[in-house]
Ligand binder design. Structure first.
Ligand code: DQA
Length: 146
């Protein structure tokens, strides 16, 4: 069976394309999903790509990734990065390694974006590379010993 990577996206990322394009670029989330699907196919991986504006739904999906035996979770928790101990605890509670991705570099922005809770449990954080960061995260999955 093909190894599956969950790719989870947090609040407001459904608005990519029109949301502050000077910060987040002009790709829509559907564009990013299509690029991820292409790269995953090249790497022999399957993806399950999702977005929610709700913290608890993202927690449930981290649990689901574990239950389904996903090989890794790539997550852009968006604003929940900087607020959510629940996402940190979920990332710590599951077996699949978590790779944190941000389109922008939050550490070069407002002070309230400098802390990442989920980052404390992530095996890797990729930030500031725009949509390309998602592809870099998929490449990183192939380096995981599995
Ligand atoms: C983001 C950075 C976060 O600070 C912000 O709240 C987002 C997007 C990024 O991808 O750059 O919504 O995660």
């Amino acid at each position: 069976m093909t190894d599956t990577v969950f790719i989870l996206n947090g609040p407001n990322l459904n608005l990519l394309g029109t949301r502050e394009p000077e910060i987040y670029g002009s790709d829509t989330l559907a564009d990013i999903e299509a690029r991820c699907a292409d790269r995953a196919a090249e790497l022999g991986l399957a993806i399950d790509f999702r977005q929610s504006n709700h913290e608890g739904v993202l927690v449930d999906w981290l649990h689901e990734a574990h239950a389904m035996g996903a090989v890794a979770v790539i997550v852009n928790p968006a604003a929940y990065t900087h607020t959510s101990i629940a996402l940190l605890d979920a990332a710590k509670a599951i077996d699949p390694p978590v790779i944190e991705v941000h389109l922008s570099d939050p550490e070069s922005r407002e002070a309230f974006r400098h802390e990442s809770f989920i980052g404390m449990a992530a095996m890797r954080t990729i930030k500031g590379h725009g949509a390309q960061g998602y592809l870099m995260a998929l490449d990183a999955v192939t380096q995981i010993n599995r």
